[in-house]
Design a protein around this ligand. Structure first.
Ligand code: CMP
Length: 140
């Protein structure tokens, strides 16, 4: 099994409800290590850049507005198959389809306010990690 790194975001719906610790507990219980973490308020431009891949989707504007509606916690998670493992821990994008016990089944409010983001591939993880973190911020 490969040790990987993935980018995680705890979204404004979750930070507003003070769920950062409970979500981090899920990552750690599943064997992922939080090797970098920062709480920040995204700007509109930053949200648009981060989600640029979705810029032609109907939900793009709402998604960006939601992502700046409160603080987010950006994180680098490390562990065996971290990209896939994190997606398993998060559950399906739409909480209505998320398996019991996943973060989204437990905490998400809607497909938009779905509590967490996780990179969808190793390649995107590298891009997304470098969007928020410098090498010096990541302590493995
Ligand atoms: P995330 O994993 O952060 O990646 C893109 C986000 O867009 C996704 O989680 C959802 O929050 C949001 N999203 C995806 N599909 C829809 C949709 N059909 N309607 C609203 N938001 C969506």
């Amino acid at each position: 099994m490969a040790i990987e790194r993935t980018l995680s975001i705890i979204k404004p719906d979750a930070t507003k409800r003070n769920l950062t610790g409970q979500i981090n507990e899920k990552f750690e219980a599943a064997g992922l290590r939080i090797i970098a973490q920062r709480r920040l308020q995204l700007t509109s431009v930053q949200a648009e850049l981060f989600y640029a891949v979705h810029q032609d989707r109907a939900f793009f504007r709402d998604l960006c507005d939601f992502m700046i509606s409160g603080p987010v916690v950006v994180q680098v998670l490390e562990g065996e198959n971290a990209v896939t493992r994190n997606r398993e821990i998060m559950g399906a994008t739409n909480p209505a389809n998320a398996d019991d016990g996943t973060i989204r089944a437990m905490y998400a409010e809607s497909i938009q306010a779905n509590s967490v983001h996780g990179s969808d591939s190793i390649e995107n993880a590298a891009v997304e990690i470098s969007f928020f973190f410098s090498q010096i911020d990541i302590v493995g």
